[in-house]
Design a protein around this ligand. Structure first.
Ligand code: MTE
Length: 320
């Protein structure tokens, strides 16, 4: 049978769920694009055009990380229908609707700046960069809601080591893809695009910092940041930048989107801190999506044991 082993699979060969779940519609429209029925099974080889979001494709061969929480996962529907992705609109239900046809293939991530080996990685290279792990992490949004998600990815340190940061590299700046044609709703949200984020180099190299390519066993849906995003679980959710195309190792603290938009409300560090309120609301509690009652928010979102040493001696009220 013509079924490719995961190791042979190219990211660009992966079939969107919207195609394989509706076999009949697919077969009707698939004449001449490499589909065949073998023993009652649809075999998909190369589908063309392969440009729309490749969400919902099974990922395999990943291990389960011991760094996972054993708290119950947030239902998939909540995580994919209640989003912040301002490129696709500012209401929580906008991204699921407006990112549907977001073209995420082909895709490259350029890694540059103060590095010995600047490189452009395509998604095949990114998927092969390091063993994939499932990490069940909490993510706590600055707006006081939170989710628990089985993310799939690998430590950002593996990617950064590939390009060999020079001693001048002190911070890492990230940038999201921006195309006003595909993202007409971005205008009017009041923030500047492309969306930018940043970490100190030691935060970026921390083993918890994840380059994320999937969730719930599948590639990322467009509204959750396909095809590749960051997850920094001890920081407010806006640090976990989506749909990354550029990573630059820099000397100085980079400018970041929400800090530029409202510097008194959103700091560069943005570590989850129940003791430092947002100027307009409390950060002491959060509502987990799918639950009714609020729960107390934990310092560093519950990851204090692993990360608080990164900030020893720092006044976290000043560096919020
Ligand atoms: N990345 C980009 N490019 N644009 C955004 O608007 N929103 C951030 C972050 N990453 C955002 C982004 C915010 S505020 C949050 S809370 C998380 O994404 C939400 O991730 P989720 O929608 O997968 O839950």
């Amino acid at each position: 049978m013509l079924i490719k082993k995961p190791a042979d699979l190219k990211y660009s060969d992966i079939t969107p769920k919207s195609i394989y779940v509706d076999r009949r519609k697919f077969l009707a429209g698939a004449a001449g694009v490499g589909a065949a029925m073998l023993g009652g099974r649809v075999v998909l080889d190369v589908i063309s055009p392969r440009t729309t979001a490749l969400a919902g494709t099974k990922l395999s061969g990943y291990s389960k990380s011991p760094l996972s929480t054993n708290e119950p996962r947030t239902p998939y529907n909540d995580v994919t229908q209640y989003n912040n992705f301002y490129e696709f609109g500012s209401d929580k239900d906008d991204p699921a609707v407006n990112a549907k046809n977001f073209r995420t293939s082909p895709w490259t991530v350029s890694v540059e700046g103060n590095v010995t080996k600047p490189q452009k990685f395509d998604m095949d290279a990114i998927l092969k960069m390091a063993p994939l792990e499932e990490r069940i992490y909490r993510l706590r949004c600055v707006e006081a809601w939170s989710i628990v998600v089985p993310w799939i990815g690998f430590p950002l340190s593996a990617l950064l080591q590939k390009v060999e940061p020079t001693p001048k590299a002190k911070f890492v700046a990230f940038e999201t893809f921006y195309d006003p044609k595909q993202m007409p709703k971005a205008r009017g949200t009041g923030i500047e695009f492309p969306y930018r984020e940043g970490l100190r180099l030691d935060e970026a190299m921390h083993p918890l910092t994840l380059v994320c390519v999937g969730m719930y066993g599948e590639t990322l849906p467009p509204q959750d940041g396909a095809p590749v995003r960051l997850i920094v679980p001890w920081k407010y959710g806006f640090k976990s930048i989506k749909s990354i195309v550029k990573i630059t190792l820099v000397e100085k603290q980079p400018r970041t989107t929400w800090n530029m938009a409202a510097p008194n409300e959103y700091g560069f560090y943005s570590n989850v801190n129940p003791k430092v309120d947002h100027p307009r609301w409390s950060q002491a509690k959060e509502r987990r999506l799918g639950e009714f009652l609020k729960r107390p928010t934990l310092p560093f979102n519950g990851y204090a044991d692993q990360v608080e040493n990164l900030y020893s001696g720092m006044d976290l009220r000043k560096y919020f």
